[in-house]
Design a protein around this ligand. Structure first.
Ligand code: ADP
Ligand code: MG
Length: 495
């Protein structure tokens, strides 16, 4: 068992929680840590559990926190049961452990200091607590962030660690431009709307804009997930401070909203629309990310959609092999600032870049595993180890996300008509058939609903789409030429 003195310093905890924690709870926590230490051994304990803090303790559940996502997922994957068992030995009623990442970093950072520097200092533990960082933060940024409930920022997601390649050059350049603007500068494109699939760097780029924008300038950049926007607003309504909330939001120079596809609800949308209009009309910059283009945000009404499409809309494509290699390198570099002996041979990086093709999250996960494995077993990283460790991250190629525009473009080309012919109300045979084929493909190759497809084909009714789909289905089964044409179109779209 370990002495009180050695567990006393709760340096990383959020101050309030610790002071509210009773002596009895602290004693329990010390004893649990003692048990953990003796079951896993000193080395493992200090690698994984030394920075775990008790946030709160209830009858049946315990809330613990760690400083990084990586620690969290590692502990969850490998030690969840042992942690629970240690608590149960102390308090049999406990049957749930909540483990979260401490997110006191937010934007509450002294203006001149880079997030990377702060991260390094925090990781090396120079004695300043996250609570210190909070109180020493520059007033305007933290005040607005607190009032509006800005979403937590990850200090690693900066421009410095963002790797550019063919698929993201334009998005990166636009984001940089936004981040470098000054208060009062005229805004070049508004909103800047970035869309891409999962794990392709949207959040990274948006947080980079936020960090860069808040560093050293007098501008206020607020980063919110759409969910935060919703809950912030709903909560503010409940406490009847909606007006104050609106006022505060309108005092923002750059509003950054992530994952807009999650914005739901009529009143939230109305408020979002007002906010967007107010900010844009006042010449403030709005930056948005979503997993699809504005036209595909089906739950938003037309006005909002067209406002969103009125700025610069940029898509980030899938990560090419060079980009994947670059991201892997940058991850290894980042890991080496804390684990100097960690090294990944070029052949292994090459293998990973070729094998893990899906998204940045899996690349990050792969490096985390290699780091954990080599650290835990004190072994250098080898190709063999990599192949074993990342096997489950290598998935077969997912089918491509096909867009209605692509279908229209390819069909129009095939039948030698224009895309606007397909969308028009013309009813001549040379347009009607291609239009029906395109609707049929839209229904079979995308997840769009019939009304949505109708809307995207010049505002037609869903029954028209249904008729087209049935018609082509029937024809394909008896008309070999049409059947071949449809197959050919499918192949063109899927490759
Ligand atoms: P999204 O928000 O689009 O789902 P994220 O921004 O969360 O994706 O990216 C997933 C992971 O991949 C993160 O760890 C991120 O840092 C990394 N990543 C993605 N694109 C890049 C890039 N261009 N440069 C560096 N890291 C990247
Ligand atoms: Mg994201």
């Amino acid at each position: 068992m370990i002495s009180r003195a050695s567990v006393q310093p709760q340096r990383h905890s959020i101050g309030k929680v610790v002071t509210q924690m009773s002596n009895m709870e602290q004693d329990r926590w010390s004893r649990v840590k003692g048990r953990l230490r003796s079951t896993v051994g000193e080395d493992v304990y200090s690698s994984w559990f030394a920075r775990m803090d008790l946030e709160s303790l209830q009858e049946e559940s315990v809330h613990l926190s760690v400083p990084t996502r990586f620690l969290k997922s590692w502990i969850q994957a490998h030690y969840a049961e042992r942690v629970l068992a240690c608590w149960q030995a102390e308090m049999p009623a406990v049957h749930r452990i909540d483990l979260t990442v401490r997110s006191a970093m937010r934007c509450a950072v002294p203006a001149k200091e880079s997030p990377a520097a702060i991260d390094a200092r925090r990781e090396h533990g120079d004695g300043r607590t996250t609570a210190d960082l909070r109180t020493s933060a520059t007033a305007p940024v933290s005040a607005s962030h607190d009032a509006l409930g800005g979403s937590p920022l990850d200090p690693r997601l900066t421009f410095a660690s963002f790797v550019t390649g063919r698929s993201n050059t334009l998005a990166h350049a636009a984001a940089r431009q936004v981040a470098e603007g000054r208060r009062g500068d005229s805004v070049m494109f508004n909103p800047l709307y970035i869309h891409a699939g999962v794990g392709l760097g949207k959040t990274h780029l948006l947080q980079a804009v936020t960090w860069a924008g808040n560093a050293g300038t007098e501008r206020k950049v607020l980063y919110l997930t759409a969910e935060k926007f919703m809950y912030g607003f709903v909560a503010a309504l409940k406490t009847q401070t909606a007006l104050a909330f609106k006022e505060a939001l309108r005092g923002i120079d750059v509003l950054v909203i992530d994952d807009l596809q999650f914005l739901q609800g009529k009143s939230t949308q109305a408020e979002f629309c007002h906010t967007l209009n107010a900010l844009i009309d006042a010449g403030r910059q709005v930056v948005i990310a979503a997993d699809r283009p504005p036209s595909d945000l089906e739950s938003l009404d037309d006005r909002v959609r067209s406002r969103l499409a009125g700025g610069l809309v940029v898509e980030m494509g899938s990560l090419g092999e060079d980009l994947r290699l670059g991201i892997l390198r940058s991850r290894v570099e980042a890991a080496r600032t804390h684990h100097a002996t960690f090294d990944v041979p070029h052949a292994v990086l090459d293998y990973l870049a070729k094998a893990i093709t899906h998204n940045g999250r899996d690349l990050e996960g792969a490096i985390n595993r290699l780091l954990a494995h080599s650290k835990l077993n004190a072994q250098p990283v080898t190709l063999e180890m990599a192949e074993r460790e990342v096997r489950d991250l290598i998935r077969p190629q997912e089918p491509k996300r096909i867009k209605i525009e692509d279908i229209q473009r390819v069909v129009a080309r095939q039948y030698n008509v224009s895309r606007s012919d397909l969308l028009s109300s013309r009813r001549t045979a040379n347009v009607v058939r291609p239009r029906q084929v395109a609707m049929y493909l839209a229904k079979t190759l995308t997840l769009r609903s019939l009304p949505e497809i109708g809307r995207r084909f010049g505002g037609r009714d869903h029954t028209t789409v249904l008729h087209a789909v049935r018609k082509i289905e029937a024809l394909v089964s008896k008309d070999a030429t049409l059947s071949d044409e449809v197959e050919l179109l499918k192949r063109q779209l899927q490759d």
